[in-house]
Design a protein around this ligand. Structure first.
Ligand SMILES: [Cu+2]
Length: 355
């Protein structure tokens, strides 16, 4: 039957017209539902804002450096599938070796600079606990109030990100609303000082149903600057003046200049690699690039809705993150670096060796 004939029939019969209208409406509703589902799968799920007031306990608790879905970069932690996740990241004052012969008394989340990578997913509620254990090494490094500012969370900063005195513990909850890679850092003044002492790290938040697409291998890369100066006895200390002038001694991936030139990351020809990259700064940007391939996908700030394709370099301001995916085209040595070459000279360079 020709369309005009159908339309004539409908025109003659109001009931049929109503049926057609209802059909069209329900089709539109289906389409809306599909769009909603797509949006939800892309991070537009129900949001949870705020949480119960943080609890600060002045009594020291048994030491425990880190626990929960956490791991030190370049390792990426295993995701928990529970609705609620317990995470513990303690603050310590600890001697950290940045390069051969270059050690200093640092302030750390967990045991290293950067602090551990935390991995959760959208909708999960994180019960977070952090003890300020800076008293334990008071003979080497004066105890200090500390705090944590989790960029992945949506909570009252004057409550959850408050500074806690040495020896005390803070506990609070937050729910992950957006997928991405997010920085965390100490927010206690002088913030620049606390960050260059080493108090930086990264949270990975997966979409509810995981990041789209399959990859063969994944690594976490956190870039940061070290501002250090040598003391008369040959040891090193933080140089706040150099930080204010933005003159780093080192720019590193995962806390040690050029460490992946000495111990390259491994891959195989033809593999699809996913890197979770965060530029912790605190001062400079990163022009993250891998020599010999292109980023098939870049998710700015690690959210798959912010997708770019076929990128050579991703520009990351201080605290910005990205997830980059690329294929290793053939066997070889692939250099990843901050394409601002002064930063390469300062240590922001590494290798992926693909057999
Ligand atoms: Cu601090």
């Amino acid at each position: 039957m020709h369309f005009n004939q159908i339309w004539k029939q409908i025109k003659m019969k109001p009931l049929r017209k109503t049926v057609l209208a209802l059909t069209l409406l329900s089709l539109a509703a289906c389409q809306n539902l599909e769009t909603n589902q797509q949006e939800q799968s892309q991070g537009e799920s129900k949001k949870t804002y705020g949480s119960a007031k943080a609890v600060v306990d002045e009594e020291p608790i048994p030491a425990e450096s880190i626990s929960g879905p956490v791991a030190y970069a370049p390792n990426v932690p295993v995701l928990s599938n529970n609705q609620t996740v317990d995470v513990r990241i303690d603050v310590q004052h600890k001697k950290i070796t940045v390069a051969e012969g270059v050690s200093f008394w640092a302030w750390t989340f967990g045991d290293s600079i950067p602090g551990p990578v935390l991995r959760v997913k959208v909708g999960q509620t994180i019960h977070f606990k952090m003890a300020n254990r800076s008293k334990e090494t008071a003979q080497y490094s004066p105890p200090m109030p500390h705090s944590i500012d989790l960029h992945a969370a949506m909570v009252n900063p004057s409550d959850k990100y408050q500074s806690i005195p040495p020896g005390s513990t803070i506990s609070f909850s937050w729910t992950a609303n957006y997928p991405g890679v997010f920085m965390y850092h100490c927010g206690t003044p002088i913030i620049l000082q606390h960050m260059i002492y080493g108090m930086i790290g990264m949270t990975i938040v997966e979409p509810k149903e995981g990041f789209p697409g399959k990859v063969d291998r994944e690594y976490a890369i956190i870039q940061n600057e070290f501002y250090l100066k040598q003391k008369s006895d040959g040891s090193y200390m933080v140089d706040l003046d150099a930080a204010r002038k933005k003159q780093p001694l080192y720019v590193t991936f995962n806390g040690k200049p050029g460490q992946y030139v000495q111990n390259p990351l491994k891959a195989k020809a033809g593999e699809r690699i996913r890197l979770y990259v965060c530029n912790a700064g605190p001062n400079d940007e990163s022009s993250f690039h891998v020599v010999g391939t292109l980023f098939d996908k870049v998710w700015l700030d690690g959210n798959p809705v912010n997708q770019l394709r076929g990128m050579q370099t991703v520009l990351l301001g201080a605290s910005s993150g990205a997830i980059v995916e690329f294929v290793i085209p053939e066997a070889g040595t692939y250099t990843f670096l901050d394409h601002e070459f002064a930063d390469v000279e300062a240590g922001a360079v590494g290798l992926i060796i693909a057999e």
